[in-house]
Design a protein around this ligand. Structure first.
Ligand code: MN
Length: 209
């Protein structure tokens, strides 16, 4: 049974970056609906005992095309939002990138090596997020040889369902439901503010795996 991650912050604690109503709707309605539909589809496909990563990475083995599409969309929605909500903290932001623990230091070194520093990474992620035409996501992922890579995906696709072999560690939702109540059409403003709640210690822990 797939379940939504438990948040270690209250809906109201990501204000003013994400307002309470956006969080209530996004986590309580959108993510809940993806999770319910993914459970139903996984059950129907006989894959309920597999992990989300196994299902999304093995979609080509699902013969029924409609069921395969449902697993890709709903499973992606389930997985992507679990990552998105997991990346935040009420005391998130740039200061968490300078945390002194070993995992954060290793991650910071990788970011510096690949992007020249946190600003370079934020620039790349922002460009991917703002440049995604229509609904979708921007991701920071780890490649099989341990490199960091920024990509974007349409709809609820992600580097796993796209078969890249990369493992996402940071997810930036640019569906309108993620920001429209608060930022209206100004996606770039939402993307800029988003970095104020990212907890880089959590991203670093995922990088370490
Ligand atoms: Mn969303």
């Amino acid at each position: 049974m797939f379940t939504q991650i438990t948040l270690d912050y209250a809906f109201s604690e990501l204000e003013p970056v994400l307002d309470t109503l956006t969080m209530e709707t996004h986590y309580g309605k959108h993510h809940a609906a993806y999770t319910k539909a993914f459970n139903e589809a996984a059950e129907k496909a006989g894959l309920a005992d597999k992990s989300a990563e196994e299902i999304l990475g093995g979609l080509s083995a699902v013969a029924d095309e409609a069921l395969r599409t449902t697993l890709r969309n709903q499973g992606g929605g389930y997985y992507n939002h679990n990552l998105y909500f997991q990346n935040f903290a009420k005391d998130g932001g740039d200061a968490t990138f300078a945390a002194e623990d070993a995992a954060t230091k290793a991650f910071a070194e990788a970011v510096t090596g690949e992007f020249g520093g946190l600003d370079g990474l934020k620039e790349k992620l922002s460009a991917a997020a703002v440049g995604q035409f229509g609904s979708g996501w921007a991701f920071l992922s780890v490649t099989s040889d341990g490199k960091l890579v920024v990509t974007k995906s349409a709809n609820q696709d992600n580097p796993i369902s796209e078969g890249t072999g990369n493992r996402p560690i940071l997810a930036l939702d640019v569906w309108e439901h993620a920001y429209y109540l608060q930022y209206k059409n100004l996606r770039a403003d939402y993307v800029k503010a988003y970095f104020g709640i990212v907890d880089w210690r959590k991203v670093a822990a995922l990088y370490r795996g």
